[in-house]
Ligand binder design. Structure first.
Ligand code: CU
Ligand code: CU
Length: 371
């Protein structure tokens, strides 16, 4: 592929939308006139940067609501590792992953996708929690300078990934450039364990794992590009080799370490939601467990208990509930340790509190071998 002008790019992505892979025949706009949603309460959800999640009730109060959310497609250069490697990221609201959307089952989500005039490419959004029209992808195509709004009913309870899917080869390019996030659809009565007992959490962390494919120059150094369009041809070459140059948590390698480590305390229960839109992962908490794990993300299936590591399918989100019992440093990572340690998919958790000697104690410090 040669370097394309902005105009050619828009024409290209437009043509790809019409490719046989994603024929949009049979798609209809929402029949707003036939639905009486006028009595439902409308709530504007304030989206926040990950790993934080929007304020929400764990148990729904009253009738289903209409949750209004606004996502802005932002194309921007970001630094993705400690060596200063820069890529042209494609983001929702400026972060990788995009912000978490939270609602309850049977709520309606009314989503506005904005594509600012300053952008180069066409974008849209496919939410795995929705039903119909390519997950909303068919109703949300926006060119630079446009916005579009569609509404869907959250019929399935669980954690689901969402991502941009503008058509053809632009789909993997946008997803591996950072354009993915998570929507959490809670059961109206909140979470339950395998016996149907109510389960609550003190906080949620939204963990987005992201694979990047950064081209190298003849000397083996990562290349950066002045314009998004300039990077495309080389990036597709690396993508076709299937080997990511970076696999990160929180947008850049080891983003949640040092001063940015995740923080908890002994006795606190955290729901760790993990999303990977493009590749499988093996989420694991070093020094702890998944007390309850919804490995495939469905809150309609009983969670499994006491897991060390779980399989997460590429193109999905999963959730792990854990109550911290010991203070100190934990590492939360993809237990493909090459991806975690060499590529960047590891986070630190600093837990405050009082040590429990019963759970673990040092019997003898390292020293000379005595016999
Ligand atoms: Cu996009
Ligand atoms: Cu998808």
């Amino acid at each position: 592929m040669q370097t394309l002008t902005r105009r050619q790019l828009l024409q290209t992505s437009g043509a790809l939308v019409a490719a046989p892979l994603l024929v949009q025949s049979g798609i209809k706009s929402a029949q707003a006139a036939t639905l009486d949603l006028s009595k439902l309460k409308r709530v504007k959800q304030k989206l926040v940067a990950p790993p934080a999640v929007p304020k929400h009730d764990q148990v729904a109060h009253g009738a289903p609501k209409i949750i209004e959310v606004r996502l802005v497609a932002e194309e921007k250069q970001i630094t993705i590792d400690g060596d200063g490697t820069k890529i042209w990221a494609m983001t929702f609201n400026g972060t990788v992953p995009g912000p978490m959307i939270v609602c309850h089952q049977d709520d309606y989500v009314e989503l506005t996708l904005v594509n600012p005039e300053s952008n180069t490419l066409e974008h849209n959004i496919d939410l795995h929690a929705s039903t119909g029209s390519l997950g909303g992808g068919g109703l949300s195509h926006v060119l630079p300078g446009e916005e579009a709004t569609f509404r869907f009913k959250a019929t399935k309870a669980g954690v689901f990934c969402y991502h941009c899917a503008p058509g053809g080869e632009m789909i993997p390019l946008h997803v591996t450039s950072g354009m993915a996030g998570t929507i959490m659809v809670l059961p109206r009565n909140g979470l339950t364990d395998a016996n149907g007992n109510s389960v609550t959490y003190d906080k949620v962390w939204h963990i987005g794992e992201q694979d990047y494919y950064v081209p190298k120059d003849e000397d083996g150094n990562f290349k950066s590009y002045d314009e998004l369009a300039d990077a495309m041809s080389d990036t597709f070459d690396i993508m076709r080799e299937f080997v990511p140059s970076h696999v990160v948590i929180g947008g850049s390698a080891f983003a949640y370490t040092g001063d940015n480590a995740l923080k908890s305390k002994v006795g606190e229960t955290v729901l760790i939601v993990h999303m990977q839109a493009n590749n499988p992962s093996q989420p694991h908490l070093i020094g702890g467990h998944g007390d309850l794990v919804w490995a495939d993300g469905s809150f309609e299936s009983p969670p499994r208990s006491g897991l060390e590591t779980y399989w997460l399918a590429g193109g999905s989100a999963g959730a792990m509930l854990y109550t911290f019992r010991q203070p100190g440093l934990y590492v939360y990572l993809n237990h493909n340790l090459i991806k975690a340690i060499l590529a960047g998919a590891a986070a630190h958790i600093q837990v405050a509190g009082k040590w429990d000697d019963d759970l673990m104690t040092q019997v003898k410090k390292a020293g000379p071998i005595m016999n």
